[in-house]
Design a protein. Structure first.
Lengths: 238, 306
């Protein structure tokens, strides 16, 4: 279980303090699939980075499976079973898809297992296994490989920061299918930062974040219709 | 041959024992210690100076030659002249490499002067790895000179690697291509501490449809310094691509100066060069796999030079 207690993240732009995340308290129970949504610049991605430890909260506490991880590093949190898929995954000259998956797994992965992860994200493994994760791959391909690296890990909590960002419509359809497939045999909790209705439809719970605060939170069937109402009113989260 | 010899041979030539197949010449501390010719590959010691002639019969297919050099003593200054004659239509792999283990305080140096005469339609893959080790203060210096003469429609692929531990290197490479010949070189170099490396390459594309691909990847750590000057000269209707890519760390200095010259209006030559530090997101990504920063950095460097 992940618990955020009064988490704040403030930056100073030279003259004033900006509250990017403002007193957020949230509980993600074990095995839940939670979509965090809300307008751009509302603090969603920062929240994900705070959970992974890429940013440190200005105040508040983060508790994971009973351990206070507020002061723990990215590496320590990773070892406790938290995984994070970047919105814009970095590329690595010289590292093959296969070696990246093995690094994610923590030991050499057998070829058939690499292939099964790649197949799950809609990539034909034969074509990709020995390709370098460099600029020769398209944005959509890199995003799907990014998701595969989380599958290759043994996680208690997987965080995906806007998996749909920067990928084309066709890749997005594949991505939704990938997440659907993941639902069937997963044990970990999942947090996905997303604007996409089709991803929200997969969630157990939806959390709406705007201006650094939780504006709305609850089971998908309650929150989703209200969100759609906002869209109808001309408020587009993009 | 001692245990330490094979440990170094493993690093520089991927062999951990005397090869059971193929030709070989193993040179240690300035002397040839093991040598074997085969029916198609003849290794003949030179009589006028240090070195060997490697004569590969026309049409030889899928054979391998190992010619590693190891230096395990301090104060050795070994200059060796090796000439490779690769017959028409042959298809062979040549594994060279030099390892210096210097535990003393005097400089040990190996300068391999290699010339390749590649016959029509022949194919050569050449791998050369340089490595230095030893707890002594004695410098480990490697100054290789490589000259390649490629006849019509021949193909040559060279992988030239400096793994680590080489205090100073000056690498001179010159390649001359006739019509239809294709040359691919991948130079991979790592320097650390106070090491210095300079690599100069001149690729002359002299015949129609000659082509060359020059790829240089390097990592400079600590206070080390690197200078790259690859030059492609198009003297005919030809194609060449020069690519230099470096990771810079700590207080290192890298200078990358690719040059292209066209002496024919049909020559198409491109160069690109990039130097940059390891990107923070790359480190973070690997840290989200549970690595610490140092481990992540190592993975990135090893992958880049793999």
């Amino acid at each position: 279980m992940l618990e955020l207690k009064n988490v704040c993240f403030t930056v100073n732009d030279g003259t004033t303090d900006l509250n990017i995340v403002n007193d957020v308290s949230l509980v993600i129970p074990d095995g839940k699939f939670v979509v965090i949504t809300g307008p751009n610049g509302g603090g969603k991605s920062t929240l994900a980075r705070l959970i992974m430890g890429i940013e440190k909260p200005t105040s508040g506490k983060i508790i994971f499976n009973g351990t206070d991880i507020t002061d723990k590093s990215v590496t320590q949190r990773a070892k406790l079973g938290i995984g994070y898929a970047f919105q814009q995954p970095p590329r690595f000259k010289g590292l093959t898809v296969r070696s990246l998956l093995s690094l994610a797994h923590g030991s050499e992965l057998p070829e058939d297992q690499c292939c099964s992860y790649l197949t799950k994200v809609g990539l034909c493994s034969r074509d990709y296994l020995n390709r370098e994760v460099d600029t020769s791959l398209s944005g959509g391909e890199v995003k799907r490989i990014e998701i595969a690296t989380l599958m290759a890990r043994d996680l208690d909590l997987a965080i995906y920061d806007e998996p749909e960002a920067g990928i084309d419509l066709w890749s997005f359809t594949m991505l939704v299918e990938s997440f659907k497939a993941m639902m069937s045999d997963r044990k970990e909790s999942i947090i996905i930062i997303s604007h996409q209705e089709r991803i929200m439809q997969l969630a157990d719970e939806i959390v709406v974040i705007a201006d650094g605060k939780i504006r709305n939170q609850g089971p998908k069937d309650e929150v989703f219709p209200r969100l759609m109402g906002e869209f109808d009113g001309g408020c587009n989260f993009r | 041959m001692e245990k330490i010899d094979f440990s170094m041979l493993g690093k520089i030539a991927d062999i951990t024992e005397i090869p059971s197949v193929g030709a070989y010449n193993i040179r240690k501390n300035g002397l040839g210690v093991e040598r074997k010719s085969t029916e198609n590959i003849e290794i003949i010691p030179k009589t006028d100076k240090n070195g060997i002639d490697i004569k590969i019969k026309p049409g030889t297919k899928a054979e391998k030659v190992h010619i590693p050099v190891i230096i395990t003593e301090e104060g050795v200054n070994d200059v060796v002249y090796n000439d490779f004659y690769i017959g028409e239509g042959a298809d062979v792999e040549i594994v060279a490499g030099c390892g210096i283990h210097n535990s003393g305080c005097n400089t040990s140096e190996h300068d391999g002067i290699h010339r390749f005469f590649i016959g029509k339609n022949a194919r050569v893959k050449y791998v050369e790895k340089h490595y230095g080790e030893g707890e002594g203060t004695g410098q480990k210096i490697l100054n290789p000179v490589t000259q390649v003469f490629m006849e019509e429609n021949s193909y040559c692929e060279m992988e030239m690697v400096q793994i680590e531990g080489v205090d100073s290197t000056l690498r001179e490479t010159e390649v001359n291509l006739e019509a239809g010949a294709k040359y691919v070189v991948l130079e991979k170099l790592m320097t650390h501490d106070e090491q210095k490396a300079e690599s100069n390459m001149v690729i002359n594309l002299n015949g129609k449809d000659a082509s060359a691909q020059i790829i240089s990847r390097s990592v400079a750590k600590n206070n080390s310094e690197q200078i790259f000057k690859p030059t492609a000269v198009g003297n005919a209707d030809c194609k060449a691509h020069v690519q230099c890519d470096s990771i810079i760390m700590d207080n290192a200095k890298i200078s990358s100066v690719p040059a292209i010259t066209a002496n024919n209006a049909d020559a198409q030559i491109v160069h690109e060069a990039a130097i940059g530090r390891i990107n923070n997101d790359q480190l973070l990504k690997l840290m989200t796999f549970g690595m610490n920063e140092e481990e992540a950095e190592n993975v990135i460097v090893q992958g880049f030079l793999a």
